[in-house]
Design a protein around this ligand. Structure first.
Ligand SMILES: *Cc1c(COP(=O)(O)O)cnc(C)c1O
Length: 426
């Protein structure tokens, strides 16, 4: 089967290529593979081509970089925003109106105002936001509401996630009430949205979610008489971070959703409804990597490899204990017979990219390639310990490398003191 993984993952860069890149752009850096991003986006669109109005709205929060947004825009994607700056970045990239979904929660008035002015599809997280939106901006003609079914969400016997514990969305009763009220206030086209489980590595998630939302759409139509314009399946289609896991098959997922559509929507006169998605991780995750250089080796009660990246560049392992596969570049074919903790330099003991990981013997100066950092990687960065965020690079289809964000400098870090003289000159 295509994309089938054995026990290893293949980097999209060689050691020689990294040595060449590092002459211009010192490590650490995040790098994205244009070719694979484009191929994957095309496959995504192909998988849902059966639905006339289908559109993927890339979740900007996953990789908020205008060069990446432009790349996806060329493939026909819209954007899913959830904050003012994400809306501003999207606007600057030329997204407008129906190119933008605004799926926020705990939304400030200024953000609704901006989304309204851009003509974005606004996705209300709560029934109380109807009056809030009306006050701060107005009720647009097309509007979406976010659904939370409560309880636990399972696939067969596996509990996938716990919507009953999640802060998002409205109950079914509230959603139906919300649609009636929005209709009174002048809205005439409606969307339904839900996000029930994150990083699902199964082809079943979207079809099951689609079944739930399609049945809800039928019920909403019967009870309110409103026109359902779209069903937004949101994010959550995942990627295999572990090398022994099978990746999702997006063609099978698209086909699974189509079957539900034909079973539930078409017989109920809803065959014209558009399907939207808001994927982040699936669109970018595997096509980005964090490249870092080994600075130190330390042997105490365990063996530590200290690298020039830290949790500031990639927070997922520190925050969630998330697994990210590691390749020691140039040693792809050597046996993994050494056990290491691979660590960053923060004064924080959770600043570890890997714990008790079996890897080839590592030497100072080796380049470490951390896989699958294309989504929710750079984006979650922060500045603890005064550490600076890295550059982002794009490996172009022709093999050249383009800087798509420069690395932070101390002056960037000190900029919020520019109202006074103390740090002037740094
Ligand atoms: C985070 C998020 C997404 C994207 O999630 P992925 O797991 O990256 O696919 C989509 N929609 C909303 C509302 C989100 O909060």
């Amino acid at each position: 089967m295509e994309g089938k993984n054995t026990m290893t993952k293949k980097p999209f860069l060689t050691k020689e290529k990294v040595e060449e890149i590092a002459k211009t752009y010192p490590t650490p850096f995040h790098i994205y593979d244009e070719k694979q991003i484009v191929e994957n986006a095309r496959k995504m669109n192909e998988a849902f081509a059966w639905n006339k109005g289908f559109r993927e709205y890339f979740a900007v929060k996953a990789t908020p970089n205008p060069f990446i947004l432009k790349l996806l825009q060329k493939e026909g994607c819209g954007v899913d925003c959830s904050s003012l700056t994400e809306l501003m970045m999207s606007e600057a990239c030329g997204f407008k109106g129906s190119d933008i979904m605004f799926s926020s929660n705990v939304t400030p008035a200024a953000e609704y105002k901006k989304a309204y002015e851009l003509g974005a599809y606004i996705n209300l997280d709560d029934i109380s936001h109807i009056d809030f939106l009306k006050e701060c901006a107005g009720i647009p003609e097309t509007i979406c509401c976010r659904f939370n079914p409560g309880g636990v969400f399972s696939l067969g016997t596996d509990i996938m996630d716990n919507p009953g514990d999640a802060k998002y969305g409205m109950t079914k009763e509230q959603l139906i009430e919300a649609f009636k009220r929005l209709k009174e206030l002048g809205a005439c086209r409606f969307g339904i949205h839900s996000f029930l489980a994150s990083n699902t590595v199964t082809n079943e998630y979207y079809p099951i979610l689609a079944g739930i939302l399609f049945e809800l759409a039928v019920e909403v139509k019967e009870q309110t008489g409103v026109e359902i314009a779209f069903v937004n399946l949101s994010g959550g289609v995942g990627i295999p971070y572990q090398p022994d896991k099978e990746p999702n098959d997006i063609m099978a997922i698209g086909e699974g959703v189509r079957k539900q559509f034909e079973k539930i929507m078409v017989p109920n006169g809803l065959g014209d409804v558009s399907i939207f998605t808001e994927l982040g991780r699936f669109m970018l995750g595997p096509y980005g990597a964090l490249v870092t250089k080994v600075l130190h080796e330390k042997k105490i009660y365990k063996d530590y490899i200290g690298v020039d990246a830290c949790a500031v560049n990639l927070m997922r392992p520190a925050m969630y204990g998330a697994y990210h596969h590691i390749t020691v570049l140039g040693k792809e074919n050597e046996p993994s017979d050494h056990k290491y903790d691979v660590t960053g330099s923060l004064c924080e003991n959770n600043d570890k990219f890997a714990i008790d990981r079996m890897l080839p013997k590592i030497d100072i100066g080796d380049y470490i390639y951390i896989h699958d950092t294309g989504a929710h990687g750079f984006a979650m960065g922060y500045n603890y310990n005064g550490k600076l965020k890295s550059a982002e690079l794009l490996l172009k289809e022709d093999g050249s490398v383009q800087m798509i964000r420069r690395a932070e400098t101390p002056a960037d870090y000190f900029r919020t003191f520019d109202f006074c003289d103390i740090l002037k000159g740094y």
